[in-house]
Ligand binder design. Structure first.
Ligand SMILES: Nc1nc2c(ncn2[C@@H]2O[C@H](COP(=O)(O)OP(=O)(O)OP(=O)(O)O)[C@@H](O)[C@H]2O)c(=O)[nH]1
Ligand SMILES: [Mg+2]
Length: 217
């Protein structure tokens, strides 16, 4: 099973150059307190890089990345939101219509875990009903100064139906894995109509358009 991230673009190529026909596109949003590492996780996933002095995001940033799961290419349209409180009111613009969300906290920061729980509640109340939510306990490389226990977060995630992983944007631990776990959980079934909320949108070969429909066709 091919599960490696690939460079962005709507046309998926097999190693032999043949083009895969089934491409699903999903909107994914990252939410969480400032400085927990949202942008760093995206930078690691999309570009394989890590910056010690990553700048705080202003407003939001948009990036894309594709992953292959069996015969399906999943294209993520990623909205990396700004965690500073003054940007909170913008968040609904980014999670509205999203099929997936990664809510991030820093394992060294209890407040960021509480903030993550608040984001989860907001998503459960106001985002698409079928949204796939993953909880990421980031900065796992700094586990010597951890204050949020793995078991506590895991139990919370289980109780709330969330995917859960501890991640490190710095070492790349579980970064691809969390996106892949989301991609696997997203519905990619054939024949879903445009009204089926939460479905990804299936692109035809070579299709580059950015229509607003959000379904796998
Ligand atoms: N050690 C370690 N540092 C990390 C990790 N992820 C991010 N950082 C650092 O934490 C700081 C904040 O990271 P950002 O990615 O900017 O955090 P953010 O959540 O995007 O912050 P806002 O854009 O303000 O919401 C940066 O200095 C990163 O280098 C990690 O996994 N391990
Ligand atoms: Mg950021």
């Amino acid at each position: 099973m091919a599960t490696t991230p690939r460079g962005g673009g709507a046309t998926a190529q097999r190693p032999n150059g043949a083009t895969q026909g089934r491409i699903c596109q999903f909107k994914l949003v990252l939410l969480g307190e400032s400085a927990v590492g949202k942008s760093s996780l995206v930078l690691r996933f999309v570009k394989g890089q890590f910056h010690e002095y990553q700048e705080s995001t202003i407003g939001a940033a948009f990036l894309t990345q594709t992953v292959c799961i069996d015969e399906t290419t999943v294209k993520f349209e990623i909205w990396d939101t700004a965690g500073q409180e003054r940007y909170h009111s913008l968040a609904p613009m980014y999670y509205r219509g999203a099929q997936a969300a990664i809510v991030v906290y820093d394992i060294q920061n209890q407040d960021s875990f509480q903030r993550a729980k608040t984001w989860v509640k907001e998503l459960q109340r106001q985002a698409s009903p079928n949204i796939v939510i993953a909880l990421a306990g980031n900065k796992a490389d700094l586990s010597n100064s951890r204050v949020v226990e793995y078991e506590e977060a895991k139990q919370y995630a289980e109780e709330n139906g969330l995917l859960f992983m501890e991640t490190s944007a710095k070492t790349a631990m579980n970064v691809n894995d969390i996106f892949l776990a989301i991609a696997k959980k997203l519905p990619k079934n054939e024949g879903a109509g445009p009204q089926a909320g939460g479905q990804g949108r299936r692109l035809e070969q070579n299709e580059q358009s950015r229509q607003s429909s959000n379904c796998c066709k």
